[in-house]
Design a protein around this ligand. Structure first.
Ligand SMILES: Cc1ncc(COP(=O)(O)O)c(C=O)c1O
Length: 460
């Protein structure tokens, strides 16, 4: 592996095989285009975006071998060989008894929480991702975030800021374990800054769950990045195979939801897995009604092949070293550019503390949204607000500031080169130098749930 060679430069461990053009636009054009879509970057045409850092989900480049798998895809309705290759790849890392394919992560969440959720139930998690929260709440259940205190402090240097606050979990289960159908653990903790969870914390969480007879599920979207952080940062884990660490993570839980659009290195796909036979039966029944037959879920055979191959590639140490180092490179560049960023740098993204950068904008005037708009207008970069726009609206319709106002620059996997990232850093430098001039926003139109996708804004 590359790490054994002592050079300072950590390279992209691939050559470029086919290219896609990116389109330059002027600042004047971008100011008009963002105004035309109500200052919501989700409304932009992606052709009008130079660097699309909106999400790392499904936006990565597939490998030669994944494209070869696509050609091999077998589209039989039931029992396709592509399904068996998918199943084998999933169980190689996550040896759960039942694997239920879905078209993406939120479909797995919808099926799981439809079966186990409901009014009066509570699902604790380190931090719910937005679709996870929405799927829990859609059943009438409550989504409870119990990440450690350091996980809410953007400047706190803790190696595993995604960890569950096990004491609070225990105190909660003491009171309400009868209402808790499952505890979730999100690895890495996306909404909390892409921060990892340690094996020790997973073990401690497992132990508490066992004591109260509550199952533990992984929201495993970025399992390989999490395992790499464990290998790098957790005592006694250095030198271990990442695949081995992943299997240990799986062994500490009773099941998982997964979006293969992240560490499946695919453009679409996901699954739900568990050991419990009764739960699996109920989930499969719902799968057939909403996604498809249990050997394809919502996927084409060729998609199953892309995921099967992606899972083999994602645990490669050269890939993970490049992946985590290149994210840190962007983070370090932003710090030098004067941006306050969540520390330590996460796995799939760099999170800018917009409330810290723009203290003159009140949280209910959305400092994160202001920064997102400025990044687009200034340099054609599309980023994502993860703050009061995303989380501020309460189930009763009221609004309050989210715990943090972050802006996420998510890095698609194997897609952008180092000079692209140098450009992003330069744009951030310019935005940072004019931050005092940026103003807040107000929402002029919003849907009842998941408003950040479609809300329309106007300058406050
Ligand atoms: C932690 C986490 N959970 C669940 C999901 C949902 O997955 P999908 O987008 O495939 O529905 C995401 C997607 O971004 C995520 O980051």
């Amino acid at each position: 592996m590359m790490g054994s060679v002592s050079f300072r430069t950590i390279i992209e461990p691939f050559r470029i095989h086919s290219v896609e053009p990116v389109r330059m636009t002027s600042q004047e054009d971008r100011e008009r285009m963002i105004r035309d879509v109500g200052f919501n970057v989700f409304g932009l045409r992606s052709d009008d975006v130079l660097f699309d850092l909106l999400t790392d989900s499904g936006t990565g480049a597939m490998s030669r071998d994944q494209w070869a798998g696509i050609q091999r895809g077998d589209e039989s309705y039931a029992g396709s060989p592509s399904w068996y290759r998918f199943l084998e790849s999933v169980q190689e890392l996550f040896p759960f008894k039942h694997v239920i394919p879905t078209h993406q992560g939120r479909a797995a969440e919808k099926i799981l929480f439809t079966v186990i959720g409901g009014p009066g139930k509570v699902v604790p998690n380190n931090t719910h991702f937005d679709t996870t929260r929405a799927n829990v709440e859609a059943t009438g259940a409550e989504a409870l975030d119990l990440v450690i205190a350091e996980g809410l402090d953007p400047a706190a240097l803790h190696p595993f800021k995604g960890n569950m606050d096990v004491e609070r979990l225990e105190a909660f289960l003491q009171e309400r374990s009868g209402d808790v159908p499952a505890v979730m653990m999100t690895v890495t903790n996306n909404s909390g800054g892409g921060q990892p969870v340690s094996l020790a914390n997973l073990r401690a969480t497992r132990e508490v769950c066992d004591r109260f007879g509550v199952p533990l599920f992984l929201d495993a979207c970025r399992f390989a990045e999490n395992a790499w952080f464990i290998r790098e940062r957790e005592e006694g884990q250095q030198g271990r195979e990442v695949a081995d660490i992943v299997r240990e993570m799986a062994s500490l839980t009773d099941g998982m939801t997964m979006s293969a659009k992240k560490d499946g290195l695919a453009n679409i796909g996901g699954w739900l897995a568990m050991n419990d036979d009764d739960l699996a039966e109920q989930c499969r029944t719902l799968l057939i009604r909403t996604e498809g037959f249990p050997t394809y879920g919502g996927l084409a055979g060729r998609d199953l092949e892309a995921v099967a191959q992606g899972l083999r590639e994602v645990v490669d140490h050269d890939y993970l070293q490049y992946r985590i180092r290149s994210t840190a490179y962007l983070g370090e560049g932003l710090v030098n550019a004067g941006m306050p960023v969540v520390q330590p740098i996460g796995g799939h993204a760099v999170y800018i503390d917009a409330r810290g950068l723009l203290p003159h904008i009140a949280p209910l005037q959305y400092p994160g949204q202001s920064l997102v708009v400025s990044l687009y207008e200034t340099g054609g970069i599309r980023a994502c607000e993860i703050g009061t726009v995303m989380f501020g609206r309460q189930p009763d319709g009221s609004e309050r500031p989210a715990a943090l106002d972050l802006v996420r620059l998510a890095i698609p996997r194997r897609t952008y080169t180092q000079s692209h990232i140098d450009y992003v850093i330069e744009v951030c430098e310019r935005v940072s130098s004019k931050s005092a001039e940026l103003g807040g926003y107000r929402i002029v139109d919003e849907p009842p749930s998941l408003r950040h996708f479609t809300a329309k804004f106007a300058p406050a």
